[in-house]
Ligand binder design. Structure first.
Ligand SMILES: *Cc1c(COP(=O)(O)O)cnc(C)c1O
Length: 389
């Protein structure tokens, strides 16, 4: 029976047309799929969702997502990569893979706030203890490790208060006690720092930031070198149903090609703006890892080859919060909003007092994401907004 003899409704669903082979182009093809077809029952029965050299189901991978995983792993110098629907989902996947009731996890005081909240939730509802440490603790982390400590989270630098931790010292102390270290490497994006070079076992990135570069999607990645460790996280990935959309995966693949150029441009522009801010009487401190006044600056110099476009300033304490709010509202080239890594500059005030152990600054903290506008225009905009305070 030729397809022409079938009903229209069937022909709309099933076509005999096959596009000619031999098509070649640079972009990775976008494969949309929930169902992946097997050629016969025997190959369906032989399929194993864990394998990356074949396909079983859209959730477990397509040529598009496998390609993105391989490219992200290569950037970090890792061997395995798992994609999650957001950076936070990637963090949660690591915790749920590695922590169980009775275990202990250490997180830095300056950790990405939803990661702190996740730690508290694991503690209140899941029988895990989550303890918070000074991000500048360095080798002193050894004193905090307990027999049931399974995981140490690190973030370099803290994405609001910008302290740069001594990852080498933390990793060495944790490894001496058989404890795994996970690094949130979103700021350095695997470009200014490769997590495995400083000893991390697990590198997490929010691809939402520089990898996308367009402020237009959410995605996260977990990269490892150890197969057994990857397999544990992959089991959580499967059990939690951590799928990502094919179109979003494509957008990240597209972004990766220009990521280094964008990152370097963000870096150069942010340092210009930060240097200008450092000379201003309105500003008490500039918290940028490449500047001497940033806690952990010496570590940044030792371990990092560059800086991202994200940094913070602390206003002189003579300005009230109402005034610094007026400053942020008066900016015209900076949007007010969370996330960062896109081409548009952003400014967000944070209330730090009382949220962190040992936070002594009285002035308002404002975090800047420096986009790809010309830095002279950004400086002029900030200068105008200072006047409006
Ligand atoms: C944005 C961010 C995340 C979370 O990424 P989402 O994709 O927004 O969930 C995690 N860590 C850091 C440091 C971030 O800046």
């Amino acid at each position: 029976m030729t397809s022409n003899s079938k009903h229209l409704q069937t022909r709309l669903v099933r076509s005999d047309y096959v596009a000619p082979a031999g098509f070649d182009a640079y972009p990775t093809a976008i494969h949309h799929a929930s169902t992946v077809l097997f050629k016969d029952v025997a190959s369906m029965r032989a399929a194993d969702w864990k394998r990356k050299d074949a396909y079983t189901y859209g959730l477990h991978g397509t040529p598009t997502t496998f390609t993105l995983e391989a490219r992200l792993a290569a950037i970090e110098g890792g061997d395995y990569c798992l994609l999650a629907p957001s950076g936070l989902a990637a963090i949660a996947m690591v915790d749920l893979a590695l922590l169980k009731s009775g275990d202990d996890v250490l997180l830095p005081d300056n950790v990405y706030n939803p990661n702190r909240d996740l730690g508290r939730w694991l503690e209140s509802d899941f029988g895990v203890t989550a303890r918070f440490y000074d991000p500048l603790v360095g080798a002193g982390i050894a004193d905090l490790i307990r027999p049931n400590t399974r995981l140490v989270w690190t973030e370099a630098p803290g994405s609001v208060s910008m302290e740069v931790p001594d990852l080498r010292a933390i990793c060495a102390a944790a490894h001496a006690r058989g404890v795994l270290v996970a690094l949130d490497n979103t700021w350095a994006a695997g470009l200014a720092l490769r997590g495995f070079d400083v000893g991390a076992d697990i590198v997490m990135q929010a691809l939402t930031k520089y990898q996308s570069g367009g402020s237009d999607l959410l995605m996260g990645a977990v990269i490892t070198r150890d197969k057994a460790l990857n397999d544990r996280i992959a089991a959580a990935h499967m059990r939690l149903g951590m799928g990502v959309g094919a179109d979003d995966a494509y957008l990240v693949l597209r972004g990766l090609e220009t990521m280094k150029l964008r990152f370097d441009a963000h870096d150069a522009a942010a340092r210009k703006v930060a240097a200008w801010l450092e000379g201003r009487p309105e500003i008490a401190r500039v918290l940028h890892p490449a500047f001497a006044g940033c806690p952990g600056h010496a570590i940044w110099k030792r371990d990092f080859s560059g800086a991202a476009g994200l940094f913070s300033v602390i206003f002189d304490a003579r300005y009230t919060e109402a005034q610094t709010d007026r400053f942020v509202d008066a900016l015209t080239l900076f949007g007010i909003g969370y996330s960062w890594g896109g081409t548009h500059s952003l400014a967000v005030p944070y209330r730090m007092q009382g949220t962190r152990r040992g936070w002594t600054d009285a002035g308002t903290l404002v975090r800047f994401n420096i986009g790809l506008e010309h830095p002279d225009d950004l400086v002029a905009d900030i200068e105008r907004a200072f006047a409006a305070m």
